[in-house]
Design a protein around this ligand. Structure first.
Ligand code: C5P
Length: 242
């Protein structure tokens, strides 16, 4: 990961035609397109291919969580699609994380493509300390994030997905080079929407984030191209100063 645009993933949570249109506009400043569950359930691999045809590296956000064999098989298919990133839930355990990494590598190798980087979700930001307790996880969410991030990296994952507020802790604790992917990005002066703990692009990069997932600040902007240009410039400037 180097150029600022490769640090920005567009989360165009829109119907496919509109999502492709937004990506087409902002592609000079955004190198990655996130294909999430709704696009994939509706269109399958065609959604991935459509973004790839427009020059995007694809972040396939399926948050896989099942027995190791099943996750391994799904990751193998994702590897064959040539996606750049694939998400899983670290809570699936070490064997499942390993199966995802191995499956993705096998699938990619079978078609001569580079393997996807496996990013593990630690604790969903929708989970509070109380909701974690209700599913049997004692202690604070941050401790669980720390524990699961360590597990993810031990299992061979390339990195984790976490809030920008957690990035700082994980950047210190995880090995150098681990990918830290953060949604919840809001440029100065933009609407927070439903993100309770948002950070600016500069703050997220300072905290150690390597990949920023940005949705509404770009696609719901009156001028998506200008919004993307401004975010890319902020990331480039911050990286230059780091
Ligand atoms: O529009 P916005 O920038 O808030 O979009 C953020 C994207 O990141 C959405 O696709 C959302 O589902 C995703 N996401 C998130 N918080 C998480 C994990 C994923 O906002 N903890």
């Amino acid at each position: 990961m180097s150029a600022a645009k490769d640090r920005i993933a567009l989360a165009a949570d829109l119907p496919l035609a509109q999502a492709l249109s937004v990506y087409g506009q902002v592609a000079p400043f955004v190198g990655v397109a996130k294909v999430g569950l709704s696009l994939f359930v509706e269109h399958g691999p065609a959604a991935v291919v459509a973004f790839q045809e427009r020059g995007a590296r694809v972040f396939l956000d399926l948050k896989l969580h099942d027995i190791p064999n099943t996750v391994g098989l799904a990751a193998e298919r994702a590897g064959q699609l040539g996606v750049a990133y694939l998400t899983i839930h670290a809570a699936g355990g070490l064997a499942m994380i390993r199966a995802a990494v191995e499956g993705a590598a096998k699938g990619a190798a079978s078609v001569g493509k580079a393997p996807p980087q496996i990013l593990a979700v630690t604790v969903l930001t929708s989970m509070s300390d109380e909701s974690l307790a209700s599913v049997g996880v004692a202690g604070r969410a941050l401790e669980q994030v720390d524990r699961l991030a360590g597990l993810a990296l031990s299992g061979g994952a390339a990195g984790v997905v976490c809030s920008p507020r957690e990035a700082q802790l994980l950047r210190v604790k995880l090995r150098a080079g681990a990918v830290i992917c953060t949604p919840g990005i809001r440029p100065e002066g933009s609407a927070a929407d439903d993100q309770a703990r948002a950070e600016t692009p500069a703050a997220a990069i300072h905290a150690g984030a390597s990949l920023l997932v940005v949705g509404r600040p770009i696609y719901a902007s009156a001028d998506p191209l200008a919004a993307a240009r401004s975010i890319e410039a902020e990331v480039a400037l911050t990286l230059g100063r780091a």
